[in-house]
Design a protein around this ligand. Structure first.
Ligand SMILES: CC(C)(COP(=O)(O)OP(=O)(O)OC[C@H]1O[C@@H](n2cnc3c(N)ncnc32)[C@H](O)[C@@H]1OP(=O)(O)O)[C@@H](O)C(=O)NCCC(=O)NCCS
Length: 165
């Protein structure tokens, strides 16, 4: 994916050199999923031949990280399914379309991987994220009681069927 200016910011896949900035942003956003550094390194080591592929997408403005998304594609028994695992935007950069653009970039990558659908889980109380996902076309599919800890909360499961273009 090449760098494309979208509303003053660009979106591109991360490399290992980007991880310190991603981790610094992630650590400052309580609602984001938190992973150890080795997990991020492993994500960047998946190849198109792996049964599980991961991609970290970055949104930058003037080279400064504003937000990121993490997606996974799983190939199993002839089916290709995808998951949006994480999406986070710096609090100073919210409501400028960055979350939506990252979500769309994830969907584009999932389509490239020929995934039929994208699934995600979100805390039931995370109204901002749920609103964004609904606007992006995700539909509520189930409620998973007590899924999250610290603080305990139910998870809303959402799914988007991808149309191949
Ligand atoms: C959720 C999050 C990624 C949204 O990012 P963002 O860049 O502010 O989102 P966008 O500007 O692209 O907003 C797209 C749409 O989402 C909805 N939305 C975003 N923030 C919202 C809020 N605080 N309240 C209500 N709706 C909101 C709106 O419908 C918005 O469209 P609009 O601005 O035209 O009304 C951001 O708030 C965030 O990083 N939150 C913390 C991390 C998190 O909760 N991640 C999700 C984990 S599952």
């Amino acid at each position: 994916m090449s760098q494309q200016p979208i509303l003053g910011f660009t979106i591109r896949p991360a490399t290992v050199h980007d991880l310190p900035a991603v981790i610094a942003l992630e650590r400052g956003i309580a609602e984001a999923a938190h992973w150890p550094e080795q997990e991020y390194v492993a994500m960047l080591q998946t190849t198109p031949e792996s049964s599980v592929q991961r991609r970290i997408l970055l949104a930058e403005r003037y080279g400064v990280l504003q937000g990121y998304a993490v997606a996974k594609v799983l190939r199993l028994a002839g089916e290709v399914n995808a998951e949006l695992e994480n999406l986070a935007v710096a609090s100073s950069a919210r409501r400028q379309g960055i979350g939506r653009a990252l979500c769309e970039a994830v969907m584009d990558w999932c389509r490239e991987c020929e995934a039929g659908e994208v699934a995600l889980e979100v805390r039931i109380g995370n109204a901002a994220a749920i609103q964004l996902y609904q606007q992006a076309g995700f539909r509520r599919t189930a409620l998973r009681r007590g899924y999250y800890l610290q603080p305990p909360e139910d998870a809303l499961l959402m799914k988007l069927l991808l149309q191949q273009e």
